[in-house]
Design a protein around this ligand. Structure first.
Ligand code: UDP
Ligand code: MG
Length: 318
């Protein structure tokens, strides 16, 4: 049996070696004869990450790499890893040691029994994370679970082990806007959740700015729910009723009290409010349209500069 470990790396020069050393401790904890394949996906790092990975690959044949031509994002890096992995079981894990590699043997024991196709992990706390970020993260999970069919577990990490069967299902989803947490759930299969406490990054800093996370969560919502579109229709109907009510008020005032219509201030504020709403709704429609546009262009999710995986067969994947 072979386990592929996929590691997306973006500016992780200070972590790659420490991560590799942790992985070196695994074989003795895994059943005899378990083969390991370590796939580093270098997502356009601007530091020495790639040099270090190549050095490791020279001295250890278990180390594989896929080097992107630029930064394509973690989603693209994970996809490349899944597409190139040759293992019977596939692990996705961060390079910064926030996901403890020491869980891998336990995951393997669970999945090998055959009851589960996936062993996933979730953090039970968000210690060491800025409170504002935790707050918005919680809001995001609440919202998306309300409005989409796919349920996404709060605190779920990408760190997980999947069977070949499940990975093939995930890869059969061809969408370009990938929100893996949703795709994994969409694929279904029995999942065993392991919990662990949050660890701070080994070194370096998080690659996710607030805005990057914000647009990623919009990605998640738009990819897995069309509720925002329905919302615009509902709001439209409500506004119609509100305006009918005001028409009635004006007519009654005119007929019974002889009151002419007064106040341009109120008129202006209503116009501003309604046009603001319209703008918002157009924006929502636009964000779906933009995604359709990206899907229809059908560009590859990433471009491979160099890889040492199955050089003749797989390099055309770029
Ligand atoms: N990462 C990546 N491409 C990116 C951003 C991040 O491959 O554009 C990798 C990064 O190197 C790390 C993992 O994704 O291995 C998680 O990133 P990070 O630790 O910055 O996220 P956080 O743990 O703060 O959610
Ligand atoms: Mg991290």
């Amino acid at each position: 049996m072979k386990i592929s470990i996929i590691v997306p790396c973006y500016n992780e020069e200070s972590n790659v070696r420490a991560f590799y050393n942790e992985i070196l401790m695994l074989p003795e904890k895994l059943p005899e004869g378990t083969e390991l394949e370590l796939i580093f996906v270098n997502d356009g790092s601007r530091d020495k990450t790639m040099e270090i990975i190549k050095e490791l690959a020279r001295s250890d044949s278990m180390v594989k790499y896929i080097d992107f031509s630029r930064n394509f994002g973690k989603e693209a890096a994970m996809l490349a890893g899944l597409e190139h992995a040759g293992g019977d079981y596939i692990v996705v894990i961060d390079a910064d040691l926030q996901d403890p590699p020491s869980l891998i043997p336990e995951m393997y024991n669970i999945i090998r029994n055959g009851d589960y196709e996936r062993v996933a992990t979730r953090r039970v706390d968000r210690k060491g994370e800025p409170p504002i970020r935790s707050f918005f993260a919680r809001m995001f999970y609440k919202l998306i679970n309300k409005i989409s069919d796919v349920k996404i577990v709060d605190g779920a990490r990408d760190f997980s082990m999947m069977s070949r069967k499940m990975v093939d299902s995930v890869l059969s989803l061809k969408e370009k806007n990938r929100f893996s947490k949703g795709l994994f759930e969409w694929a279904g299969y029995k999942t065993k959740w392991l919990e662990f406490k949050n660890h701070s990054r080994n070194a370096g800093s998080s690659k996710w700015s607030f805005w990057k996370l914000f647009s990623y969560s919009i990605e998640g919502i738009v990819s897995f729910s069309s509720y925002p579109l329905v919302l615009s229709a509902i709001l439209g109907v409500i506004l119609c009723f509100v305006s009918l009510f005001f028409v009635a008020v004006i007519v009654i005032r005119k007929i019974f009290f002889g009151d002419p219509v007064a106040g341009w201030a109120s008129t202006i504020s209503v116009i501003l409010f309604v046009s603001g709403l319209q703008q918002l709704m157009i924006g929502i429609i636009g964000s779906y349209l933009a995604r359709i546009f990206i899907e229809i262009k059908d560009r590859p999710s990433y471009v491979v500069l160099e890889t040492n995986i199955g050089s003749e067969t797989k390099q055309d994947n770029a």
